[in-house]
Design a protein. Structure first.
Length: 104
């Protein structure tokens, strides 16, 4: 899993950000917006967990949160650009597990 050693760049804000590959993209690019939404979802899940949930959800949601971090890394590292960077990828098994939980 990618390790975040710092979360600031000291480069100012000119409306672009870098993907894990180093390629610069606009901050409003669909990929960047997508991992922003994933981060927001993860925060909402944290609030729900802090409020208290039934046992099954309290067990399942931390796993989902971890997988959302993987999704963010996956989104920040396009496979075509990040071949040398090993990141967890979201696979069909993740989707199937989530659908099973929804069916419960």
């Amino acid at each position: 899993m990618p390790r975040l050693t710092r979360i600031y760049t000291r480069m100012g804000d000119d409306g672009v950000t870098q993907l894990a590959s180093g390629r610069e993209v606009p901050k409003d690019a669909p990929r960047v917006r997508a991992y922003g939404v994933v981060d927001e979802l993860n925060a909402h899940i944290g609030v729900a967990l802090a409020a208290g949930l039934d046992e099954r959800l309290a067990e399942a949601l931390p796993v989902i949160q971890n997988e959302l971090f993987h999704l963010g890394a996956d989104l920040a590292t396009p496979p075509s650009e990040g071949a040398e960077i090993q990141v967890p990828r979201i696979e069909s098994r993740h989707v199937e597990a989530l659908e099973t939980l929804i069916d419960e």
